[in-house]
Design a protein around this ligand. Structure first.
Ligand SMILES: Cc1cc2nc3c(=O)[nH]c(=O)nc-3n(C[C@H](O)[C@H](O)[C@H](O)COP(=O)(O)OP(=O)(O)OC[C@H]3O[C@@H](n4cnc5c(N)ncnc54)[C@H](O)[C@@H]3O)c2cc1C
Length: 415
């Protein structure tokens, strides 16, 4: 149940600090986050109170390096904590991912990448500005990358552009599905630096800039009334010649391209939320069929063979999902091998598709009363369905890449 760790520390040989963090986040999720989850979902409103409490609990600075005032959690520790949070409110866990990645990517991840000493010193000075805002003021950072075309899928350069001007950049463009839109204090925008010589936009010239929410030229637009993940408030963002100073950079020029190429597990960080949702759907089913769900009559449904079979099938899927995912997050790091990449895509695909499948089976197995909005299962079911759509590693694109990479070595063609 919810008081049992997703990953038993002894069985999965967690480091003591990973186990302690997972425990703390699970407790926080059960007591603070869970009671509010239905409200954000019903209203499609942003969980502002959650973020205030997460700041107080030290969760906004979780992945900021210790020497820069944060908790210094690494990639795997974060993933395990985020999965625990996902059990209680998918929307909060998913937006927390956008925020945390702003610090994880600019922090531990860039420490693994190549920069000369002067550039690294400058990067550390700049990231400190962002980290101080988060630690001191509880500033929230969003990650609006998607534009509706192939850029967020990694296929072409971002159409949002940054033109170098004295002291900074002028940013113009449009982002869709910007989680935390209107609520984040900074939008960590991926955009392409334009060159004077008219050179075509290139992915190598991607910049990662934190744009303040109230900068002149920033507009939040559009409705937000989706199927699931309603509390993410992922509306559209328009940037019209928005000026940002050079210190807005979350990574130096060229570093995002290097990160995406050399540290691709950075894109697996959307999956922990859905591991949590898969576990939540399973846990609900067990409690419900045992007649132990709080507030429901103590009617047992566990004695029917068909329900036992369904639970067994759910358990098999859950174990497969967690085992593969745990291996993938354990081996995340710079310059993964081909086998590790195939595994990472397989893990992402498995988590996203299985979370939706487990939640669907939970609805069918628990029966009619279980899908009432007074209970969390129907929200889990809708939230879980959204995972496969997340670029750049949608379920389809994972299959696409696994198939191609498994059959072709680098540079091979059929010409
Ligand atoms: C709840 C939720 C929250 C989100 N939050 C954020 C956020 O904070 N930041 C953010 O940047 N994005 C966010 N997204 C957006 C998400 O990552 C995708 O970008 C979005 O779902 C794509 O929508 P689309 O209709 O443009 O998709 P699609 O049309 O599926 O994809 C867009 C483009 O990707 C390429 N593509 C897609 N599928 C394939 C394929 N099989 N083969 C080859 N190319 C393909 C194509 O060029 C296509 O035009 C969120 C999405 C959801 C559902």
């Amino acid at each position: 149940m919810a008081d049992t760790p997703l990953f038993d520390p002894t069985a999965f040989r967690l480091a003591p600090e990973e186990a302690a963090l997972a425990d703390r986040v699970r407790e926080f999720g059960a007591t603070v986050i869970a009671p509010r989850a239905a409200r954000w979902d019903r209203e499609a409103s942003f969980p502002t109170e959650n973020y205030r409490d997460m700041h107080e609990a030290g969760l906004l600075g979780l992945c900021i390096p210790r020497e820069e005032g944060g908790r210094g959690a690494g990639y795997r520790a974060y993933c395990l904590a985020a999965a625990e949070l996902g059990r209680f409110c998918g929307a909060t866990a998913l937006t927390w991912n956008m925020h945390v990645c702003s610090t994880l990517w600019s922090g531990a991840l860039t420490d693994d990448l190549e920069m000369d000493a002067a550039l690294r010193a400058e990067h550390r000075r700049r990231r400190r500005i962002h980290y101080d805002r988060i630690l001191r003021d509880g500033a929230i950072y969003a990650q609006p990358f998607s534009e509706g075309g192939a850029a967020a899928a990694g296929g072409v350069a971002f159409g949002t552009t940054a033109r170098s001007v004295p002291g900074g950049f002028l940013v113009s463009g449009r982002k869709i599905f910007a989680s935390l839109a209107g609520h984040a204090d900074f939008y960590g925008v991926l955009c392409t630096e334009t060159r004077e010589d008219g050179e075509r936009l290139s992915r190598r010239n991607t910049l990662y800039l934190a744009i303040p929410r109230d900068a002149p030229g920033v507009v939040v637009e559009g409705e937000w009334d989706p199927l699931g993940m309603r509390g993410t408030v992922s509306r559209n963002l328009l940037f019209r010649d928005v000026f940002v100073p050079e210190d807005a950079a979350l990574m130096p020029p060229g570093l995002y391209f290097q990160a995406a190429t050399r540290w691709p597990h950075m894109f697996l960080t959307l999956s922990p939320t859905y591991v949590g949702l898969a576990q939540a759907a399973y846990d609900f089913t067990i409690a419900y069929l045992r007649g132990e769900w709080p507030g429901m009559p103590p009617v047992k449904r566990r004695m029917y063979p068909t329900k036992q079979i369904a639970v067994a099938e759910m358990r098999v899927m859950l174990e497969q999902t967690k085992a593969l995912w745990f291996q993938a997050i354990t081996e995340a790091g710079p310059d993964p091998s081909k086998a590790q990449m195939l595994r990472a895509w397989a893990a992402q695909h498995t988590v996203m598709e299985n979370a939706a499948a487990i939640a669907a089976k939970a609805v069918r197995t628990c029966g009619g009363q279980a899908m009432l909005k007074a209970l969390p299962l129907e929200r889990i079911f809708r939230d879980a369905r959204c995972g496969s759509l997340m670029l750049p590693w949608t379920a389809e694109l994972c299959i696409d890449r696994i198939g191609r990479e498994a059959l072709y070595e680098a540079g091979e063609t059929d010409e």
